[in-house]
Structure formats: C-alpha cells, structure tokens
Ligand binder design. Sequence first.
Ligand SMILES: NC(=O)c1ccc[n+]([C@@H]2O[C@H](COP(=O)([O-])OP(=O)(O)OC[C@H]3O[C@@H](n4cnc5c(N)ncnc54)[C@H](OP(=O)(O)O)[C@@H]3O)[C@@H](O)[C@H]2O)c1
Length: 362
Amino acid sequence: MSQLTLTAAPAAIAALLLMAQAASAEVPSTQRQYLLERAGDRYQLALKTVPIPALGANDVLLKVRAVSLNRRDVYALTPSPRGDASGQGIVSDGAGEVVAVGSAVTRFKVGDRVVGTFDSVWIDGASSGYLPRNGMLAEYAISPETTLLPIPAYLSFEEAATLPCAAVTAWNTLFKAAQVKPGDYVLLEGTGGVSIFGLQLAVAAGAKPIITSSSDDKLRRARELGAVGTVNYRTVPEWQHEVLKLTGNKGVQHVLEVGGKDTLPRAIASLAPGGHIGLIGGLSEGGFVRERPEERLKERNARLSNIYVGSRTDFEQMNAYFEQHKIKTIIDKVYDYEAAPAAFEQMQSGAFFGKIVIRVGK
Ligand SMILES: NC(=O)c1ccc[n+]([C@@H]2O[C@H](COP(=O)([O-])OP(=O)(O)OC[C@H]3O[C@@H](n4cnc5c(N)ncnc54)[C@H](OP(=O)(O)O)[C@@H]3O)[C@@H](O)[C@H]2O)c1
C-alpha cells in the first residue's frame, strides 16, 4: 500500500506543487499600493509595499487592472478638518479580474471581469449616507461581492473603470431623479467626467445637449459627440442668456449642475418652466451649494434634486442602457501605474476632456 502511494506520489506532488506555485504567482502576500503621505500642507501619493489582507468569507480579491480619477480624488490631496488621512488608500473607481473568492461567495468566480460600485455598501433603495469606497489605486483590492458588478462584454477594463462615480451620477440625474425624453434640452457644465457622460446619455436618449466650457477646442469636441449648442463660459460669463437663445428662449428641461455656487443661479435662469436641476458638484470658485434658492426655483416652477451617485441597482440598470446603446467612454489619457502622480496633476490642471485613467499592471 505504502509502496503504491510512493510510486504514485511524484506525479501527484508535482501537480500539487505546480498548482501551489500558480496560486502564489497569481496572489502574492504583498502588493504595491498608493497611500496618502503628508507633505507640508498637502498629501502626496507614496507607492508602498503592503500586505494583502486575508479574504473574508463574502469577499472577492481583485487584481486591479484600471482605475479612473474623479474630482474627489484631487480634493483628497488637501487635508481636511475631519482628521489625518496619512497612510490611507485613495481612489474609488476601479475594475479588475477576480483572482480569489471567499468560501461563501456565490456571484463571482476566479477569472470574472468586475467593476466596483462607488459607494462601499449601497446596494438598492435609499443610501445610508456617504460611504465612498477608497483604496482602488492598488495592485490588488478586496471587496464584498455585493458591491461588485460584471463588466459589460463590449467594454475594456479601462472603460469600465470610468463608470462607478461619474457615469452613474449622470445616469441618476437624467433617468431616475428625472425622466429625460427625446427632444428635451439637457444643459451640461464643463467637459469633465460627469458632464461628458451626461452628454453621451442625452444623445442616446434622443435629447438635445447644450454644453459650456472654458475652451473652444473642447466645445468643438463636444459638438462632434452630439452637442447641439455650445457656450464658452470664460468669454461669455453670463452664459445663461446664450443658453436660452439656443433653446429658442424656451429654456432647458434638465441641468446636470456640477459648477455649484457660481453656476446654480445661471442654471436656474436657463431652465424651462417645470425643469429639473440635479445638484451634483462644486467645481466653480464658490464651491458647493449650501443653501437651496427656494424662491428662485418657485418662480420657475422648477425642481431641484440632491444627487448622490447611485446604488448598485442603478449601476446595473445603467450598464444595461450602456450596453444597448454601446456607449463608449471618452478617455482623455491612460497613464501607467508608476505615473499615477502625473495623472493627478493632469486632473488638477483641468486640461482634459472626459476621463483620466490609470492602468494597473501590464
Ligand atoms: N453628487 C455626486 O454624487 C457627485 C458625483 C460625481 C461628482 N460630483 C462632483 O461634481 C463635480 C464634477 O465632477 P467631475 O468628476 O465630473 O469633475 P471633473 O471631471 O474634474 O471636471 C472638470 C471640469 O469641470 C469644468 N469646470 C470647472 N469649473 C467650472 C465652472 N465654473 N463652470 C463650468 N464648468 C467648470 C472644467 O471644464 P472645461 O475645461 O470644459 O471648462 C473642468 O475641466 C465635482 O465637484 C465633483 O465633486 C458629485
């Protein structure tokens, strides 16, 4: 008996060893992750070797293949009174390949291509607060299986990584907080991530996008994507009059309000009676809107919704719409992992159109 086992053993042991080597090659015990490091009155990105934590029963381990930047990732480099963020991971939006699954995982298997939700817990219904995912700018990331989605087959990892925050936010504003219809005018402010997804979704819905920008060249690119009207907010600071003219003085039905305090009054002035404003961001110098201008909204019988990205269900519905219309992300530039700090600098500068992506690994 022992003789038999001994004879059979070399092949079996060799096979087991091979499997063990494959597993350890795929999932090392450490990884290189970007962490925030205090540098004077800012944080900088420091690439550190850190352990990969153990996988919980409901968790999935991803080999991250791409991440995309959102404005909040740039905001994260400025220290906040909420506390010291030194040593924390950064970036919410990422896509990758499943390389290991916990014992209770049922939705995914090794080899699946997945993208994470922006919020770290929000699955459906109302959100339970602002709980963004962080730490996707890493070679590996652990996520509960509940906050991952399969990547639509026609999208690459780079394209999928752009969707969780900017695209879902634009989707929610146009299709959930309001119901965009063919022929509606949709006003987009600037040519960043949320606005360009808003433009693409408006075009797919048969609506008529009007977009503002500080750059005539970017406005030309927006027209190529289907914008029916464009205004340069630098050279035409009171751009609301131009927007009204572009709609035959009827006004727009929808606004994706990403500018904040300085743009909201102009957005309201651009509205058609009964129009809808999705209050999203605070890109303008005045920053985020703190008080709702109820009187001015009433004058136009307008509606304003506070938008917070969206749930996993929203993301799933949006993916189905993207798939149906084969919407492709407009990516300005893809950086290598080692060049991540340069990607943040480009984001900070505003010299981009659409999304900035960092590829992780080869
Ligand atoms: N509520 C939410 O759930 C949610 C979700 C996503 C984002 N946000 C917020 O929404 C905003 C947009 O995010 P994002 O990631 O799309 O930003 P982004 O990609 O960084 O957008 C940058 C672009 O915004 C434009 N911009 C800057 N100042 C402007 C102004 N005064 N008026 C009009 N456009 C201006 C510029 O476009 P041009 O170069 O063309 O001038 C700039 O290139 C941010 O404040 C972000 O924090 C909120």
